[in-house]
Design a binder for this molecule. Structure first.
Ligand code: CO
Length: 499
């Protein structure tokens, strides 16, 4: 490796690390969409070789020295300084992990994933229990390795949402409890919405074509992306010029395709809006999972479940499925898209009860990391919380504590980003409407360009220039505030449910 001594050398090295990581993403995408069954053995090996090289480059000693030197170089401009400071932070974090930890973690995770899948299939938590216990212990150790100011869980949160603290998440969820729990109870006592028309037969190909049309209407650029099918919808990116989405089509459920397409499209628009000139540098990366999720939720919920959006799009949907929707008015369709109904499975939950699912996971994770509860008691604790917050009896663990993949991957601290993403979305969308009073009218006319431009200018093109909380302050004049989500919810659902 050549000797590195200036900012350009840093850029070159940082781009190399990104090239490797993006190549891994291509292989990962292929694995989920196209790869034949027998490809898995060598694919795992190929991915792990690339991960090893990437890690070596990330903790390279000369690179570290260069970062430390450049960090006190006053001739750099503010963007360059920002890049160096974030790269140095990432470097120092990488260095905290001994290779034994990484090896132990990767073995444990791959074993836990197999055990979780089997446990879910057999509906038997005990199969997963000992692996999960080891994973929790590993994460508790990791909190100590990474360090934290107030609460060990802070260290885990920071992996996904830099700067977010357990105290802040506690405050957010106390708002959720105080407002959403009684609000949802009021809705449950009100008139039921009929959404049975979603569950007729809708042909695969017609659904597929309609999903592509939705993405085009959101201004998703198919010259810099594509859509494919996968078991679980996701989005991934290899550069701002190649940002992909996947969807899942259930012929007996129209709603799943529609809103997962819009959701993943929202993620992809964020990645397509990153500036190519910053490829390979922190300023060429998205801020955090919470901000990422704010983009997908803004499109999925604030736009994609609004009456305005469907005033424009419903006729074309109806022309694709004239028989299925012949007796369904736009009002019926809109209400069904916003049907609030407590259910067992997080990924199928509506826009409101969703956050109670996340609240339950957060409370459990925090207590596990604090050592206040034991893994073996999780099924019982889980079921009690579903009774308390959602009023539901959990009939079996595969529909309860075993439903999510996250813990099998060892991901703790991830779930709260889903909820704060929705709250950021409400705050950003509110601000976009203030700055453009015609916004809803534009959406009703099928014009989403100004909204996208607003997101591009205020969020996407800035990459990691600001932390999430600073970005939020810059955009809306204050830090994340639950009141915007609350206002949005009261206005929308009071009307739908005549409250
Ligand atoms: Co998402």
């Amino acid at each position: 490796m050549k000797f590195m001594n200036n900012y350009n050398d840093y850029v070159e090295h940082s781009k190399k690390i990104t090239d490797l990581n993006m190549s891994m993403a291509v292989l990962g995408w292929d694995q989920e969409t196209k790869m034949p069954k027998n490809g898995s053995r060598f694919r795992a090996q190929q991915l792990s070789t690339l991960a090893e090289i990437s890690h070596e480059l990330s903790i390279n000693k000369d690179y570290g020295n260069l970062l430390n030197n450049l960090n006190s170089d006053n001739s750099l401009n503010s963007d360059q300084k920002r890049n160096i400071s974030l790269s140095l932070k990432a470097f120092n974090k990488c260095k905290k992990y001994k290779s034994e930890f990484i090896i132990k973690e990767s073995k444990l995770v791959s074993n836990a994933f197999q055990k979780w899948r089997l446990a879910k299939e057999k509906n038997d938590f005990s199969i997963f229990e000992s692996c999960l216990t080891k994973l929790v212990d590993l994460r508790i150790k990791e909190c100590e390795i990474l360090g934290y100011d107030n609460h060990p869980y802070d260290a885990l949160l920071n992996q996904y949402e830099p700067g977010l603290t357990t105290n802040e998440v506690d405050e957010i969820f106390s708002n959720v409890k105080e407002f959403l729990v009684p609000f949802i109870k009021r809705i449950s006592k009100s008139n039921k919405i009929d959404d049975s028309f979603y569950y007729q037969k809708y042909s695969h190909n017609k659904q597929w074509d309609f999903g592509i049309e939705l993405l085009k209407k959101m201004e998703y650029n198919f010259d810099s992306g594509r859509q494919d099918l996968s078991t679980h919808p996701f989005s991934t990116h290899f550069s701002p010029e190649d940002t992909r989405v996947t969807t899942r089509i259930d012929e007996n459920n129209l709603s799943e395709m529609i809103w997962s397409c819009i959701h993943e499209g929202g993620h992809a628009l964020y990645e397509q809006g990153i500036l190519s000139e910053n490829y390979g540098l922190p300023l060429g990366e998205t801020i955090s999972l919470g901000i990422h999720e704010s983009q997908s939720r803004l499109w999925e919920n604030n736009v994609g479940r609004s009456l305005e959006f469907w005033k424009y799009n419903y006729e074309s949907l109806k022309s694709v499925f004239p028989n299925q929707l012949s007796n369904v008015t736009i009002d019926d369709f809109y209400k069904a898209a916003n049907n609030v109904k407590p259910s067992l499975i997080r990924t199928n939950a509506d826009e409101l009860t969703y956050h109670l699912h996340v609240l339950i996971r957060y409370e459990i994770e925090k207590a596990l990391i604090e050592g206040k509860i034991k893994v073996k008691d999780l099924p019982e604790i889980w079921n009690l919380k579903y009774q308390e917050y959602l009023g539901l009896e959990v009939p079996s663990d595969d529909l309860g504590v075993l439903q999510d993949i996250h813990w099998s991957h060892g991901s703790f601290g991830y779930f709260p980003t889903y909820t704060i993403g929705s709250f950021y979305a409400a705050q950003f969308f509110n601000q976009a409407k203030i700055e453009n009073p015609n916004l809803l009218q534009e959406i009703e006319n099928g014009n989403n360009k100004n909204l996208l431009n607003w997101l591009r200018k205020n969020i996407h093109k800035n990459g990691k220039r600001l932390d999430a909380n600073k970005l939020c302050e810059k955009i809306s004049g204050e830090k994340l505030n639950f009141k915007y989500f609350k206002q949005y919810v009261i206005k929308k659902y009071s009307k739908i449910y005549n409250l």
